[in-house]
Design a protein around this ligand. Sequence first.
Ligand SMILES: *Cc1c(COP(=O)(O)O)cnc(C)c1O
Length: 378
Amino acid sequence: MRFETLCLHADGNKKDEWGTLTQAVCQTSTFVHKGVGDPSEYSYSRLSNPTRAHLENTVAALEGGVAAYAFTSGMAAVTTVMKLFGAGAHIIASEDLYGGSLRLFRNVNSREGMTFDFIDTGDLKRVESLIKPQTKALYIETPGNPLMSVSDIAALSAVAKRNNLLLIVDNTFLTPYFQRPISLGADIVIHSGTKYLGGHNDALAGFAVVNSKELAERLGYYYKTVGACLAPWECFLIERGIKTLPLRMDRINYNAKEIAAWLRGKKQVKKVYYVGFEDHAGYSVSKKQSTGFGGMISFEVESKQLAEHILKNVKVFQYAESLGGVESLITYPMLQTHADVPKEERERRGINDGFLRISVGIENVKDLIEDLERVFEE
Ligand SMILES: *Cc1c(COP(=O)(O)O)cnc(C)c1O
């Protein structure tokens, strides 16, 4: 089956005894044994649950993985994946990373004895130069958050394989509709399912997808032990979202292209960060490894006053954290997603008080551009 069809029929249309078309929400914590020493297929919902298993099967199919685990949030997925590594492990990670992941690595995992190097993982030589005997994994986001830096997944996978490292890719921004890291050599794919997979700004979820049985077993052990398992109702909501993923992503991709081009033409905008620009440093890698550019755009306006004016006065765009939903959102990374990144580092990388990030939704793009046009001209 092709991707759009898999979003709806990854289960091969196996039916339960009622013949329900949509997967039933199996709202139970436990399952009754058939007899002594004769358990049911499911035993306890922390370990597994039919609604969750159905969703996990769909996500594994979309990413081309061997197995997927559904978590209560993206951060629960990242946290549990980090349990694969113990004290002493060294990880090389993208510096252009979701703020919560940076906080976890720097302030929690580091305290537990892991060490990290945060670098531009688009620079392969730099990555190779930092590998040491304790290095266990490369952890990347591409495009990165919020500077839209691009890393070459296949090239990093070759480096990882040569050095016996795991390649972990947070694929939240592009989704498997536009980019399938496992097919490019990644070992683990992470998602904040809260974003495009769920897609409706109404539920939190996270995923880890693995490329081998061995990793599925290792991660499965931590999954059932840590216990951050997605509840049945949330599984239902995320699965419902996935059914329209391709339609939403096509519209979002189209809208974002228009908005990025429009922003670039405004004199009050100093810089636009968008991977779909032909002069973006990662454009050729993007063209090679993904089939769309997604809906994330960052831009820097000429002053803090203008940034605040935009945030206060947009009417269609909503000033809110998060991304990937049907409604367009605008955020101020300095005060929100990246508030915990030290100021000097943030400013060095260009995340200053004129820096804004938008997540383009599925509205009519003319309304989105008119909304921005009005606040720019006021
Ligand atoms: C939001 C996000 C996360 C964290 O996911 P939550 O569901 O908010 O816990 C991780 N990575 C990326 C790229 C994100 O955008």
